[in-house]
Design a protein around this ligand. Structure first.
Ligand code: AMP
Ligand code: GLY
Length: 424
């Protein structure tokens, strides 16, 4: 079979890597891809929003399956365009992807279907939002309604900070139309975990749990990023708790969508805040998490192509999905300055030496070629991922591999997975 992957980050490298292990996959294409993906797939340049051109490519090359990594094309309706022409594509439709692309939609949906989430109010007027923040006091959370590359959420510890966030979103229009409305939400305390499931719109199959590290510096300091590292499993999600999350969150979402006349298929990701064994939803994503995918797919035993086909063809109930017991840890190597401004084009050294360490896979995120060199090309550059007998040994292996890698301004957290170790 021929598969096209849309995207070019660490998540898409992990998808390509796992698919390349399938006997049934003859050829992988990726757009735009990166230097790591180029070892496994033919990378093609198509304008990211030109779904017509992608569809032409798929028809011309007889591609059997398209897998969409990031939220942007999903929220713009790539799945609707492909399905209209009977092309197999993995991901939710534009209407279903609103669970991620509109925080107002997601919050109102959760309220209607009694899915646990923080209390909130929606505002389209700055002055009313400011009044509400002054009345509620801090800490308080301000969220731009639309997609903002992970930067549209501000957890404000003071009223001034919350008001600056409202100004940034609603007056300065830092995220454009995404800031037409804001959600002002109660600040929840607890421990965060990511929970992802496969679903064909009927059956739900959980993935192994994982936990992301969103802040840029050790000890969860500094601004939020797309994710500086992740590990799997998240010990806080016990098997009993997993069942409860499926019953109180995941199934009600799929059923609620169905009641609204929307079939949700693909990946459903819930970002959870867990306190006293109760989970509340912080956000939904309609795709695999990045970097959570890197440790999670590292632990997958089942052929990923079989899972993708079961999802697109509505046959998930017939498939048994199996996982490796070994935990995995992924540490992101970022460019200096990320998540703010950063340089590109720095030569990356030591990749071959790092890969030789047992259990280690180096997933590329922001990398490209410059002549015969592999160079940095993004904020998050690499995701060094290791399996081990336990979290501790996976962590040791990942950091041992990182010792071999170097590029100018390389920055990474030293405490990835430490939280998991405090549970053991
Ligand atoms: P979101 O994109 O909605 O997941 O928000 C990004 C991050 O902001 C989350 O991973 C949390 O760390 C934090 N966050 C979001 N909502 C809340 C909340 N209600 N209370 C506390 N922290 C939150
Ligand atoms: N790591 C969080 C996300 O993918 O949104």
């Amino acid at each position: 079979m021929k598969v096209l992957i849309v995207g070019g980050g660490g998540r898409e490298h992990a998808i390509a890597w796992k698919l390349s292990q399938s006997q049934k996959v003859d050829k992988i294409y990726c757009t735009p891809g990166n230097a790591g993906i180029a070892e496994l797939a033919e990378c093609i340049e198509v304008a990211p929003d030109d779904f017509g051109a992608l569809l032409d490519f798929v028809k011309y090359e007889w591609v059997d399956l398209t897998i969409v990594g990031p939220e942007d094309p999903l929220s713009k309706g790539i799945v609707d365009v492909f399905e209209k022409e009977d092309r197999r594509i993995l991901g939710p439709t534009k209407a279903a992807a609103m669970l991620e692309s509109s925080k107002v939609f997601a919050k109102d949906f959760m309220r209607r279907y009694r899915i646990p989430t923080a209390e909130y109010k929606v505002f389209s007027s700055y002055i009313h939002a400011e009044d509400h923040v002054r009345m509620m006091g801090a800490p308080i959370v301000i969220k731009a309604d639309g997609l903002a590359a992970g930067k549209g959420v501000i957890v404000a510890s003071t009223v001034d900070e919350a008001i600056s966030a409202l100004r940034l979103i609603m007056k300065d229009r830092a995220f454009g139309d995404a800031g037409d409305r804001v959600v002002v939400e109660k600040c929840l305390l607890g421990e965060e975990a990511s929970f992802m499931v496969f679903t064909d719109g009927e059956t739900i199959v959980p993935m192994v749990s994982s936990q992301d590290h969103k802040r840029v510096f050790d000890g969860d300091a500094g601004p939020n990023t797309g994710g500086m590292g992740a590990y799997s499993p998240a010990p806080i999600i016990t098997p009993e708790f997993e069942k409860e999350i499926i019953d109180t969150i995941m199934r009600p979402v799929i059923e609620g969508m169905k009641s609204d006349g929307i079939k949700y298929k693909g990946i459903l990701y819930a970002g959870l805040m867990i306190n006293n064994n109760k989970a509340s939803v912080l956000e939904f994503n309609c795709r695999l998490g990045d970097p959570e995918t890197q440790p999670v797919l590292s632990r997958l035993s089942t052929d990923l192509l079989d899972i993708c086909l079961a999802l697109t063809d509505g046959k998930l109930a017939e498939l048994e999905v199996q996982w490796k017991p070994e935990p995995a840890v992924c540490v992101v190597l970022a460019s200096k300055g990320y998540p703010g401004k950063y340089a590109k084009g720095d030569i990356i050294e030591g990749l071959e030496a790092a890969k030789k360490i047992e259990g280690v896979t180096v997933f590329h995120a922001g990398t490209s070629f410059s002549g015969s060199n592999i160079v940095t090309n993004g904020g998050r550059v690499l995701g060094v991922t290791a399996l081990g007998d336990d979290i501790r040994s996976a962590k040791v292996r990942a950091y041992e591999a990182i010792e071999k890698i170097h590029f100018n301004g390389m920055h990474y957290r030293k405490d990835i997975a430490d939280r998991a170790l405090t549970h053991s």
